[in-house]
Design a protein around this ligand. Structure first.
Ligand SMILES: [Zn+2]
Length: 219
């Protein structure tokens, strides 16, 4: 039943030649067919369905000037620069702090400076490893941003693809807050593996590990 209605609507709203015209007060919106609205993207110039534009209340026609694809493309470009990538990570931390009702004790500039310091020690390698004398055992970090094409609730291009080797700022001790002292730059896969282990958790893990594999005689 629903499908039939959908099909009928599709037929009714189909673009018919010669029916394209501009709505005078909304110059950017093009009306094609019966009740079927389209809009010209001011970036790529393509005339697309209104669903391909984010809703924007402040805009005259209620939609963003760029289509979702162009916004996504632009976000990808910005977030693939080092500052763009780090900014996104910083605001993710701020968002997380808000959810967890924590305080972030560093500013964006301090965060960027902390990464500069990291680079002066480790280069583009993770802090996770035996240390500067054995940098060859530290894995390289990347900062490739890829959206997964998923759309948010309001038609916004959202979602970031998880890339295992990507830079992931982490708290060294998850029992402590977001301070510069507690901030480390590691890889996404290392962060996932480490998850929310605290210093106490690590001590327990080491104790059990030594009990089983060092103190205990092999079977
Ligand atoms: Zn576009």
């Amino acid at each position: 039943m629903k499908l039939k209605k959908q099909k009928r609507n599709q037929k009714r709203n189909a673009v018919k030649p010669g029916m394209v015209y501009h709505v005078p007060q909304l110059t950017t919106i093009v009306k094609t067919g019966r009740g079927y609205l389209k809009k010209k993207c001011s970036k790529c110039g393509e005339v697309k369905s209104l669903e391909d534009f984010c809703k924007k209340r402040a805009a005259k026609d209620g939609h963003a000037p760029w289509c979702v694809d162009c916004i996504k493309e632009d976000q990808k470009k910005v977030q693939n620069t080092e500052t763009g990538f780090l900014k996104k990570r910083y605001y993710d931390i701020i968002a997380r702090c808000r959810v967890e009702n924590r305080k972030c004790y560093f500013t964006l500039d301090q965060f960027l400076a902390a990464f500069e310091k990291h680079k002066s020690i480790y280069g583009m390698k993770s802090a996770w490893g035996p240390g500067v004398d054995h940098l060859e055992q530290h894995l390289p970090i990347t900062r490739t941003h890829e959206g997964n094409g998923q759309r948010g609730k309001k038609g916004v291009a959202k979602g970031t693809k998880r890339i295992a080797s990507n830079l992931s700022p982490d708290r060294l001790d998850s029992n402590r807050g977001y301070t510069l002292q507690n901030l480390i730059f590691i890889r996404s896969d290392e962060n996932t593996r480490k998850h929310s282990s605290s210093y106490e958790d690590c001590k327990i893990q080491i104790r059990l590990h030594e009990e089983r594999f060092i103190k205990m005689k092999p079977y």
